[in-house]
Design a protein around this ligand. Structure first.
Ligand code: NAI
Ligand code: MG
Length: 474
């Protein structure tokens, strides 16, 4: 039996400062809130101390964004595009540094931050840079106008990618932004602030305020914010929807999901197994569109499960900076507690739990890849977003039953269909109430493709031409 030798990526490429301030009006400044620490979830090592923005600091940031809005929005689109292209190129140039920092602060495997997150981040800036001088042809009128100042709050699962999804279209359309990264993963957003300076972006066009929920609330409730964009939990999304109701603010919300990954008996089984693994174990399952419910046709359920278990036994869990690692650390102690609680509940409710033999590191936050079989639709693990490496397996007999079970959720962000039959893919896609339906693939992203949900998964679309609408006065 061959063993893998350790293949750690060097962390020397990143220079983490002992402390960071807020990025307001093109300068790093102190915050007036109590600073907080961000840790490496794989080791619990403190990486840095980060400023916390009070309501006053948020106010300063919004003013800076408002002041910058005049010149930025009046600039010809072709000029704005130059800045966005420049940012995209610098991201590519510094991608190794950004990937290592993302893995350190978030816990995701370097293989993913290097090969998925960073290429998509750069692609997103390139894509929207291309729109900046073509907005008149986007289908939103002859000269669509920007909204003004965007207040943007993002989560910790894809820190830099969610920043790109928020900032790139906003800037391309001529808005200025104040963005709040999540409290457990602020570091790549702060490095992005440095990149804005490197690109000579006019001061105030991008402002980064760090802090926890209170900072986020101060931002979305600020009276001079014209547009609110949020990605995170449905619970906080509800709070935000309530607090902006009756104001002139435009809102987009990207919330939770409980996607069905549906495998028919004619599917290419080995490919489907890879798709199921990618669907739920990518990024430790910290994915809003994760395929957390496997719906498998009864006649192949046993065969598929056996193949799936064999495959899971080969996944490597451990040091996120090791290039051979498939499964990294859970992002925080709080998230780990939530995954444990829901999994324990799954057992209590009578589902059968399985994990491959897999040693967990002693320090840090870890959870083994886990499968639940014998899951009923009423179980909490089948209804609630676990946001961890936990798969619930259910079976079905007919396509109609698959649709009914897949749609039996308060969410509607994504779904996957595995079958050889093209007509069945179209039949299913017509009936699945999900913003994205993947066919014979899963978790595939592209900046040209709109992404967003139905029902409690939120509203509005990000990405593609559709993503411009959220940042234009239409
Ligand atoms: P969260 O929704 O509390 O955090 C997301 C962002 O919102 C963070 O930047 C946070 O500081 C900010 N925030 C928190 N309270 C706020 C408020 N009142 N006003 C404005 N901003 C606020 O998510 P959390 O607590 O990190 O995770 C809890 C659960 O949410 C997870 O277990 C997972 O199920 C789900 N989640 C879903 C995400 C998704 O992309 N669908 C992303 C993150 C979490
Ligand atoms: Mg961290």
């Amino acid at each position: 039996m061959f063993e893998y030798a350790p293949a750690p990526e060097s962390r020397d490429v990143v220079d983490i400062k002992p402390s960071y301030g807020l990025f307001i009006g093109g300068e790093f400044t102190d915050g007036t809130g109590t600073p907080f620490k961000t840790v490496n979830p794989a080791s619990e090592e403190v990486l840095s101390e980060v400023a916390s923005a009070s309501a006053d600091d948020v106010d300063r940031a919004v003013r800076a964004a408002r002041e910058a809005f005049g010149t930025w929005s009046a600039m010809p689109g072709s000029e704005r595009a130059k800045y966005l292209f420049r940012i995209a190129r610098i991201i590519q140039e510094r991608s190794r540094e950004l990937a290592v920092l993302e893995s350190l602060d978030n816990g995701k495997p370097i293989r993913e931050s290097r090969d998925v997150d960073l290429p998509l981040v750069a692609a997103h800036f390139f894509y929207y840079a291309g729109w900046a001088d073509k907005l008149s042809y986007a289908g939103y009128g002859p000269s669509p106008r920007p909204l003004g100042v965007a207040g943007q709050v993002i989560p910790w699962n894809f820190p830099l990618l969610m920043l790109a999804w928020k900032i790139a279209p906003a800037l391309a359309c001529g808005n200025t932004v104040v963005l709040k990264p999540a409290e457990t993963t602020p570091l790549t957003a702060l490095l992005f602030a440095e990149i804005c300076r490197q690109a000579d972006l006019p001061p105030g066009v991008v402002n980064i305020v760090t802090g926890a929920g209170e900072t986020g609330a101060a931002l979305v409730n600020h009276p001079d914010v014209d547009k609110v964009a949020f990605t995170g939990s449905t619970e906080v999304g509800r709070l935000i929807a309530r607090s902006v109701a009756g104001t002139r603010k435009k809102v987009t919300l990207e919330l939770g999901g409980k996607a069905a990954n549906i495998v028919f008996d004619d599917a290419a089984l080995d490919q489907a197994v890879e798709g199921v693994v990618n669907g739920i174990f990518f990024n430790q399952g910290h994915v809003c569109c994760a395929g957390s419910r496997l719906l498998v046709q009864e006649s192949i359920a046993e065969e598929l499960l056996e193949a799936l278990k064999r495959r899971l036994a080969t996944l490597r869990l451990g040091d996120p900076l090791d290039k051979n690692t498939d499964i990294g650390a859970i992002n925080s102690a709080a998230q780990l507690a939530k995954i444990r609680e829901l999994s324990d509940h799954g057992e209590l409710e009578g589902a059968e739990r399985w994990s491959p033999a897999c040693a967990l590191p002693e320090r840090g936050f870890w959870f083994p890849p886990t499968i639940f079989t014998g899951v009923a639709q009423s179980h909490r693990i089948a209804r609630e977003e676990v946001f961890g490496p936990v798969l619930s397996v259910l079976t079905f007999r007919t396509p109609a039953e698959a649709v009914e079970k897949a749609n039996n959720t308060p969410y509607g962000l994504s779904a996957g269909v595995w079958t050889e039959k093209g007509s069945r893919i179209l039949w299913m896609a017509d009936r699945l109430r999900a913003g994205v339906v993947w066919a014979n693939t899963f978790n595939r992203f592209d900046p040209t493709s709109p992404f967003g949900g139905y029902k409690e998964s939120g509203y509005g679309r990000e990405g593609g031409r559709h993503g411009l609408e959220a940042y234009l006065d239409v």
